[in-house]
Design a protein around this ligand. Structure first.
Ligand code: SAH
Length: 357
């Protein structure tokens, strides 16, 4: 997959063929700057080299299957993967204000990192059909290229909040981030990229070592172990103490504030005791909090609390000096809101789940 290779990868590939180093820059230019759709168009390369590229690589590993619009202009792409025909979803959100600390009025793209998800958060649609496989770096980068090609606009904010757990796919994730960030690549600012995780503590520590100033969001959803473990099985593996050890390490290495994602679920984590515990944790770490009223998922019984309860929860945080926002979700009407991406395909007969292998 051509868009999943770095400049160093190209230089190595070219060296094997006795081609000079500078060809790497030429190839990268065609892929990321000129965005050609076939290797034949790479007119400054020899016919032999173009043929070798055509034989060994694909330029577009994703096929656009469908685009769903939304009344608030959130758009959901459905892409088919080339090797096994499975589907992934990518969501384009025209943000009206800064959600993760980037500048406001940005075009945010929410990308998937895996097909399905293995972490089984009880409230989330993505894990309902289980886990199939990691996306390659090329498939991650390609979501950005495809969305830009389809809309004719440049994405200027990227969140790894689509389907899957990005930190369970760490190697491909870091390769993709490098390509997205690079001058020879997509040139997306490091601060314009946010990785969201359910809390894989050791992987957070590993990710903190990459020399790119990306942002980190933690899907917290519970401020005490008993509440969090109820809805996020991953908390049994890495409890809050272990998670916060990793977050402290992140804070030492990175300059950006961490964001806590906190979905408000009626009767589960929306009590004032949780608001207080969350306040304590956010202040201790200097983290920001994004409160998100739960988006209902077909087949799951969870509900969002009333607006009154949401506001009261927010007040506890804000009054204690926490930088917190209550997010009004976009894309609810097209199932493109957070946590609503799942493996399924609409057919004439209705929506069918696409079962994992
Ligand atoms: N696995 C990663 C990234 C994907 S989920 C993570 O856990 O962070 C992106 C965000 O959507 C997470 O914060 C997740 O907890 C949240 N989410 C999942 N289901 C949701 C729902 N039904 N309503 C609102 N947010 C949800």
């Amino acid at each position: 997959m051509a868009c999943g290779l770095t400049d160093a990868d190209w230089i190595a590939w070219l060296a094997e063929r006795g081609e000079p180093k500078f060809r790497a820059k030429q190839i990268l230019d065609w892929i990321f700057k000129k965005r050609v759709s076939n290797f034949e168009s790479m007119s400054n390369l020899s016919p032999e080299l173009r043929e070798a590229l055509t034989d060994q690589f694909t330029l577009a590993p994703l096929t656009h299957v469908r685009l769903n619009g939304s009344t608030d202009t959130t758009r959901k792409f459905l892409f088919r993967l080339e090797d096994d025909g499975r589907l992934i979803e990518t969501v384009l959100i025209p943000a009206s204000r800064a959600l993760y600390g980037g500048r406001s009025d940005r075009l945010t793209l929410c990308v998937s990192s895996q097909v399905g998800c293995a972490f089984d958060c009880k409230f989330c649609a993505s894990g309902l059909a289980g886990f199939t496989r990691n996306l390659t770096a090329g498939e991650i980068v390609s979501q950005v290229l495809m969305a830009e090609a389809e809309t004719g606009e440049r994405v200027n904010n990227l969140v790894f909040m689509g389907m899957g757990e990005p930190l369970a796919n760490l190697n491909n994730l870091t390769q993709a981030i490098q390509i997205l960030n690079a001058e020879w690549g997509v040139t997306l600012g490091a601060r314009q990229m946010t990785v969201s995780t359910s809390g894989l503590a050791p992987m957070i520590e590993k990710l903190s070592d990459i020399p790119i100033q990306i942002r980190l969001a933690i899907s917290l959803h519970g401020a005490t172990d008993d509440v969090r473990s109820q809805i996020m099985p991953v908390n049994e593996r890495y409890n809050l103490q272990r998670l916060f050890e990793a977050l402290n390490i992140w804070n030492e290495k990175k300059k950006q504030k961490i964001t806590f994602e906190y979905i408000l679920i009626k009767g589960v984590n929306d009590g004032l005791d949780q608001a207080k515990a969350l306040t304590h944790r956010a202040l201790g770490l200097g983290a920001k909090v994004n409160l998100i009223p739960y988006n209902t998922v077909d087949g799951l019984e969870w509900e969002r609390p009333t607006e009154d309860v949401q506001e009261k929860f927010l007040d506890v945080l804000v009054n204690a000096g926490v930088q917190a926002t209550l997010r009004r979700e976009k894309g609810h009407d097209i199932d493109a809101a957070c946590g609503q991406l799942r493996l399924r395909e609409e057919t004439a007969e209705g929506i069918i789940e696409v079962a994992p292998v």
